[in-house]
Ligand binder design. Sequence first.
Ligand SMILES: [Zn+2]
Length: 391
Amino acid sequence: MRPCELCAGEDLDLIHRQHFLFPGQVQPVHYDVVSCRACGFAFASDIPDQSVLNSFYQESEHHLHQEVPAGLSRIHDDFFAFVQRHVPLSESVRVLDIGSGMGHFLSRFKAAGLVDLLGIEPSPTAARLGMEVHGLEIRTETMDTLSATHPFDLVSLCGVLEHIADLKRSAGQLSELVEEGGHLFIAVPDGVSFGAVPPAEAFLEFALEHINFFSETSLDNLLRGAGFEKVDVISQHNDFYDNHYLLALYRKTGSRMETPSIDRVSASSLHRYVAFSQEKLACVEALARQLEDSGEPVVIWGAGSLTSRLLCDTRLAHVNLRAVIDRNKSLQGKSLLGVAISAPESVLQHAGATVFIASTTYADEIRRMLLDQYAWTGRIISLAPEGIVSR
Ligand SMILES: [Zn+2]
């Protein structure tokens, strides 16, 4: 069990158990989405072993976009504008971006004329691309390995804190990396927004790599406990991921607040999110049963996060599966349910099969590819955001 990282509480309320079956795995793994009965922090407990997570991260390198999609670029613009509203960014301001990826966010500071910029990133490929594409210094390091000579004026983490298992220790490290009076910028999915409207994709937010579900209150508890005070926090929608992010700016004071405030909203938001997701899933389940009963040959297109959940949450694992397709080369050749994952063009070997598109973000793109590039005449089932499309 993973005790509450904010108050060390061990009295946890189970909200949902999420199962995943990934390529190359024989048995599904799972985690439990829980909330702490003492302080209300919501997080994933009973998380898979670090080795499972590591192999998962290696496969996620397909997230590296050399040419940034416009939607993703806009997110970084929004993040930067928020920071700029609060922090005077003179040329000499020293910035550290943690989990910088290819440096898409850090490059905004370079464009604004700042020169003392450093990114750290565990993926060597991303770090190398960041240097090539943006001319930034990005080191293949983590907070654990970084030895900074002196603290930074601004430290940023965009889409990082939701991944970190050892939050308290990380918050302490952050405090050491920020100069007294300096700033910390955090962007993290807003857990309270999960339950606000029905999601486009069931349980999308319970991705294996997302193990902390912050609210403004729980984030504040973490950061105040590490010697930071709030400057401003907003919740902002982003179109690319179709969710809300908390944008939080904190200043280091050095005085720690040990008693957490009670978060009274996270658990109820996540309970609503689970109910919404189960409703959404019911349609997919009906469809999977239909496919199972008909015995028609099925090609699953997409071996990623959605498939990993649907194979456990629905009868999809019991259909007459002929092929699994994925564009991600690091997945090709691995097997899922005993079927080797293959490249898109191999779909042509299964003429007449039903293609089940297991992606919401890229559903339209894949559908167009099937029709235009492969002149596909078989049935296509797509879990498009507006509802299941089948023909
Ligand atoms: Zn707690």
